[in-house]
Design a protein around this ligand. Structure first.
Ligand code: NDP
Length: 348
């Protein structure tokens, strides 16, 4: 009999790819969604793609409400694995930073862990979508520190959080810490292993074309904004320095720990490499037919210098020691696939 996996926030950008990966590999999936209006179209699309796939949804309107997941775990004793992706990741939320980011991220994480601990002793694995935000450093250290799976963001809510971006980064840091402390503090110890996946900026196509409109999800919209830089601009493009990963690899690394014991309990930090406005423009100008000649060029000759000065350094040797030389989808393919899909749906 196939194993059953609960995926929280299953209507989200990354989660849809996680569900896809699970169904492709024969798992039974129960997703949570805020409403039937959100879950119904997805059930239909996955049914068309996997006619024999086993996908159902339960409604959890707000992960931060006390005991939000209790009924789900009480009523579904077949669940043996949980993938918790739900957490706020959009900007412009009309609430205090605490209510928009911190409380849902931390309370949602503790609610799912408590529900499993109390009502689902059969659960063996919990995978939480954390973030590079939970390990990145600040100031000079952002570009000099060698980020590894052991790095921790030093952000302090009271002293350091001024912007939405700080609020989001702190929410991911505090939520992951809360989860790791939960594992240490419970007595008796939980039956499950806790693994986190810590991706940086996640790019790549939506799982289904139906989810593409002229505005993309938060992370892909960064690429869309780069297309809007003044086309006559031939200055080196330094506004954005970060790391990238493709959504299809992120999905794989949420599912692999279910079958690969060596990944269980790990902190899976993964990246395909640096991303700046300049290397994004280079790729768009070379490889995205609908954009060529219509967008800025910047100064491609300065690309390496821009990356060196603005992007974080990193070391993935821990992950490599477990999975060997896994070949991540590169930034070029992520970007080309995003815009192929974008211009299939939106006219040029
Ligand atoms: P999405 O916004 O597409 O997905 C987030 C999901 O969580 C949505 O289904 C959303 O539902 C749900 N959700 C958020 N808040 C609540 C709440 N209070 N109650 C119930 N459901 C809620 O974002 P992504 O797919 O990009 O992000 C998924 C996860 O990955 C998040 O944990 C994010 O922090 C993490 N991550 C994302 C990265 C990226 O670059 N995309 C990078 C690193 C980590 P609804 O849409 O209905 O509000």
């Amino acid at each position: 009999m196939s194993q059953t996996v609960l995926v929280t926030g299953a209507t989200g950008f990354i989660a849809q790819h996680v569900v896809n990966e699970l169904l492709k590999n024969g798992y039974t999936v129960i997703g949570t969604a805020r409403s039937e209006t959100k879950s119904q179209p997805l059930i239909k699309l996955f049914k068309e793609k996997y006619p024999n796939g086993n996908l159902s949804f339960v409604i959890v309107e707000d992960i931060s409400t006390e005991s939000a997941f209790d009924d789900v775990l009480i009523n579904n004793k077949s669940i043996t694995n949980v993938i918790h992706t739900a957490s706020p990741f959009s900007y412009g939320i009309d609430k205090s930073l605490e209510d928009a980011y911190l409380n849902p991220a931390v309370n949602g994480t503790l609610n799912i862990l408590n529900a499993i601990y109390k009502y689902a002793p059969q659960v063996k694995n919990v995978i939480i979508t954390s973030s590079f935000a939970a390990l990145k450093q600040y100031g000079n250290e952002y570009t000099t520190h060698i980020h590894t799976n052991e790095s921790w963001n030093p952000i302090n809510w009271e002293n350091d959080v001024k912007t939405e971006n700080d609020g989001y980064s702190a929410s991911k840091t505090y939520a992951e810490k809360a989860a790791r402390n939960f594992m240490i503090q419970q007595d008796p110890k939980p039956n499950f292993k806790l693994t986190t996946v810590n991706p940086p900026y996640v790019f790549g196509p939506q799982c289904f074309d139906d989810y593409v409109s002229n505005k993309l999800n938060t992370s892909n919209e960064v690429l869309n904004n780069i297309t809007k830089i003044d086309p006559s601009n031939n200055e080196p493009q330094v506004v954005f320095g970060a790391l990238a990963i493709d959504v299809r690899d992120v999905a794989k690394f949420h599912v692999l720990p279910l079958s690969n014991e060596n990944l269980q309990s790990e902190r899976i930090f993964l990246t395909s490499g640096p991303v700046t406005a300049q290397n994004v423009l280079n790729i768009m100008n070379e490889s995205c037919d609908p954009l060529k000649g219509k967008i800025a060029i910047g100064d491609p000759s300065k690309t390496n210098e821009i990356i060196e000065k603005n992007c974080p350094k990193y070391d993935l040797s821990n992950l490599k020691s477990i999975v060997g030389d896994y070949e991540f989808i590169n930034l070029e393919k992520s970007i080309v696939d995003v815009f192929d899909q974008y211009y299939k749906v939106n006219s040029v």
